[in-house]
Design a protein around this ligand. Structure first.
Ligand SMILES: [Zn+2]
Length: 284
């Protein structure tokens, strides 16, 4: 856990970062009317040392104590930072935080959707589509599963904003709003809209006990697929356990999650979100 002292330091850093523009203007005009020597008109951007930036991100990302303590020890030269750089240089949608608080860009629709063709896996109905990278990665994973005599079945994949609006409305009608919110997203907030998600098999709790469910649990991350809403993490992800819902993040990001974030996608995506937010907000 962060010490009180450190929390106080972070609080003052945050105060610097959120200084409103009007505040610097006031300072500037005060300077102009005084006899002080001339100063540059532009206020310098706040700068932060690398370690302070890391601490601030860790604080903002609301990570559990154990993960936070491990990450507090990393330095600018740690493998962690090299791995993060690789992830940040890749497709931004693979790492994009999409949850109850963070929506996709309005009406986002991927431009490389392809229809699933089956092959090593089955589809529950025609017309299921995914982004090309996810479709290819599904094929590779399904071939490995088939080699273990496990057949994966894709049951629900890309959903447009408009379709998600229908799904959500139906769930609210059938389950009531509180229950619907535990397993269904408002439009714009569904990971399915990224075109990188597959719901497998029966799309209910029975999937966890099937051969496919157990195989996915054990092997999916090796192929770049991550369980978005694990058992026991509803307070973190906002959703109840969904043993059938996997998001394609790529193998680099899955390895990063398993190595540093206890396998919990939400923790890593939140960390990356806060990291990018802070590092685009300040100069360094
Ligand atoms: Zn799903």
């Amino acid at each position: 856990m962060l010490t009180l002292q450190k929390t106080a330091v972070l609080a003052s850093l945050m105060a610097v970062l959120v200084l409103p523009a009007s505040c610097s203007k006031e300072k500037q005009s005060a300077t102009e009317s005084s006899d002080a020597p001339e100063l540059s008109a532009a206020e310098p951007e706040p700068t932060l040392a690398w370690q302070d930036r890391l601490n601030l991100v860790l604080y903002q990302a609301e990570l559990p104590t154990e993960i936070m303590q491990n990450l507090e020890t990393i330095t600018e030269k740690s493998p962690f930072m090299q791995e993060l750089a690789v992830i940040l240089s890749g497709d931004p949608y693979l790492r994009l935080l999409v949850d109850k608080q963070h929506a996709l860009p309005t009406q986002y629709e991927p431009d490389d959707l392809v229809e699933l063709s089956g092959g090593a896996y089955r589809v529950s109905r025609k017309g299921l589509i995914l982004r090309k990278a996810a479709a290819d990665a599904l094929q590779v994973m399904a071939q490995a599963a088939a080699a273990d005599n496990v057949i994966l079945v894709a049951s629900s994949t890309y959903r447009s904003y408009a379709y998600q609006a229908q799904v959500y409305a139906r769930n609210v009608r059938e389950l009531g709003e509180a229950a619907a919110n535990r397993e269904s997203s408002r439009p714009g907030h569904s990971q399915h809209q990224t075109g990188l998600v597959v719901d497998f098999g029966s799309i209910d709790d029975s999937f966890a006990q099937t051969d496919a469910g157990m195989w996915m649990q054990a092997h999916a991350s090796r192929f770049g697929w991550s369980l978005s809403f694990p058992d026991g993490y509803e307070s973190v992800t906002g959703y109840r356990w969904e043993s059938w819902h996997y998001r394609y993040l790529g193998t680099d990001l899955c390895r990063f999650i398993d190595t540093y974030f206890e396998g919990i996608q939400q923790y890593a995506l939140r960390f990356i979100y806060e990291w990018e937010l802070l590092n685009t907000k300040i100069k360094h």
